[in-house]
Design a protein around this ligand. Structure first.
Ligand SMILES: Cc1cc2nc3c(=O)[nH]c(=O)nc-3n(C[C@H](O)[C@H](O)[C@H](O)COP(=O)(O)OP(=O)(O)OC[C@H]3O[C@@H](n4cnc5c(N)ncnc54)[C@H](O)[C@@H]3O)c2cc1C
Length: 452
């Protein structure tokens, strides 16, 4: 294609919009992307935190974001931007009980799906009967994911009860993994998401579970340098879309910061709560959409409190610990953190430090030099059974207008992979409408056609 190749305007510079831009840019479309904020990445971003001391600014992520190797589209997106090598993969998962006893889960020598057998047998936080319970549950995941039809209509807890899972297995295994992965309680999330995490991440192949943690602040992944390979992608920050002009059943222009922007096709990559104000003429049933919060707690200690790179913490409010620097800068994550949203910042910090003492004795002597709490009340959508069947597809009733975002029907819950998948699907739909259908999405072999 040439400079006369079709043009696509994208509204929103979160991962979904950026993924659409990278896909269309690599297929030589003329792309212009408009982001309201002065930086890219949306909910997966970083910013500078000033300590108050002159010149002392630290760049932090809004919250630790992790991925698994089974996030094939997100990894493809990072490759397109030339930043895939900035993600470090970890093979060990550390589980710590109050008191400090630590268990490690990692793959062994057996082939998938038995690759965890050796380390699973040694986990100390589950009793023998809990382990049998989990093993039989995982066997059911293997048989039911992708074949059983009602998984999107029941909750994960319904499914676990049906499988007669023990209390220990539910509380210390299924809940511990899934609340963080889906950002929702077992009693509320649709079972299909829970089974997908274990099927794709734990059972499908032996490396799929490896946890990727970006080595650089999230914002650096989508920096100007990353886009240098795409001269036909123009990115405009501080550009707020205000509405659309529809003429003869097609979008003619989008008003961005009071000026009309024209293009052959338009992709809206904004969160669901912005849709009605921007696109009143697009009919999407948003009634069942609710948010689920995540709280990130950043603590800087005066000394090292752990050597572990990360760990999941059992039986407490805080679910994950990430060692962000020399065992002194620690980031804690609480998913589905409704219990913390009404608490004061100081109470959240006190709770976090108190809980950390149960896992890392060094915290008792350590002094907190600095602390920062980020409560993201609109972190993700709540992945309920009511929602799954009505998540909208990317096409709309207007032939040159497309939707994307983690909340659309991506086949994944609200995650970076879900956002990128949706971005690729919207880009595919736009190319089809522009007369030259392209394929961008990498589908997992287990994805049956009727899953989307
Ligand atoms: C605290 C937290 C922790 C998380 N942890 C993880 C994790 O560990 N792993 C994981 O996979 N996922 C995680 N997620 C989820 C993940 O961040 C999101 O699913 C994903 O980033 C959503 O991307 P998106 O592009 O769909 O939406 P957004 O990121 O919300 O992007 C939408 C963009 O549109 C812009 N916009 C809105 N209105 C306008 C307008 N009028 N004009 C122009 N631009 C506009 C916004 O500024 C924003 O940049 C986490 C999310 C949060 C908040």
């Amino acid at each position: 294609m040439s400079s006369s190749s079709p043009s696509v305007a994208i509204i929103g510079g979160g991962l979904a919009g950026l993924a659409s831009a990278a896909a269309l840019g690599s297929a030589d479309y003329n792309v212009s992307l408009y982001e309201a904020r002065p930086f890219l990445g949306g909910r997966a971003t970083s910013y500078q935190l000033n300590s108050g001391d002159e010149g002392d600014a630290t760049t932090i992520d809004n919250c630790q974001h992790v991925l698994l190797r089974c996030c094939t589209n997100l990894l493809d997106f990072y490759r397109r931007l030339g930043v895939a090598d900035r993600v470090e993969f970890h093979r060990e998962f550390y589980w710590i009980e109050p008191g400090g006893r630590t268990s490690v889960m990692k793959r062994g020598r057996l082939p998938a799906p038995l690759h965890f057998t050796e380390s699973f047998a040694k986990l100390r936080f589950l009793s023998l009967s809990d382990k049998f319970s989990v093993a039989s549950g995982l066997l059911s995941v293997r048989y039911e994911y992708g074949t059983r039809k009602d998984l999107a209509r029941i909750t994960m807890m319904d499914w676990l009860r049906e499988k007669k899972q023990s209390t220990g297995a539910i509380e210390r295994f299924w809940r511990q993994v899934l609340v963080s992965a889906i950002n929702e309680d077992l009693e509320t999330m649709a079972a299909v998401h829970g089974l997908q995490v274990f099927y794709l991440g734990f059972l499908a192949n032996p490396i799929a579970y490896e946890m990727g943690i970006p080595r650089v602040p999230l914002g650096e992944l989508y920096s100007e340098k990353s886009w240098a390979e795409y001269p036909k992608v123009k990115i405009v920050e501080r550009a707020i879309a205000q509405g659309v002009t529809v003429e003869n059943g097609r979008v003619k222009a989008v008003t961005v910061s009071d000026k009309p922007v024209t293009a052959d096709a338009f992709i809206f990559a904004v969160p669901f709560e912005r849709l009605t104000a921007l696109l009143p003429s697009v009919e999407v049933n948003l009634t069942p959409f609710r948010h689920s919060p995540i709280t990130g707690i950043h603590l800087w200690f005066d000394r090292k409190i752990t050597d572990l790179p990360h760990a999941t913490l059992l039986d407490r409010t805080v679910q994950w610990m990430f060692n962000k620097g020399e065992g002194r800068y620690i980031q804690l994550v609480v998913s589905a953190s409704r219990g913390l949203t009404g608490m004061s910042r100081n109470d959240v910090i006190d709770l976090a430090v108190r809980e950390l003492q149960d896992f890392f004795p060094a915290v008792r002597q350590a002094k907190v030099e600095r602390a920062h709490v980020v409560k993201e009340v609109r972190a993700t959508f709540s992945a309920t059974p009511e929602l799954e069947g009505i998540r909208p597809v990317n096409k709309t009733s207007i032939p040159n207008l497309f939707l994307t975002g983690d909340w659309t029907r991506s086949g994944w819950p609200s995650t970076m992979e879900g956002a990128v998948r949706s971005g690729y699907l919207a880009a595919e739909a736009a190319t089809e409408a522009l007369g030259n259908k392209q394929r961008f999405l990498i589908r997992h072999p287990s994805e049956s056609k009727n899953q989307r």
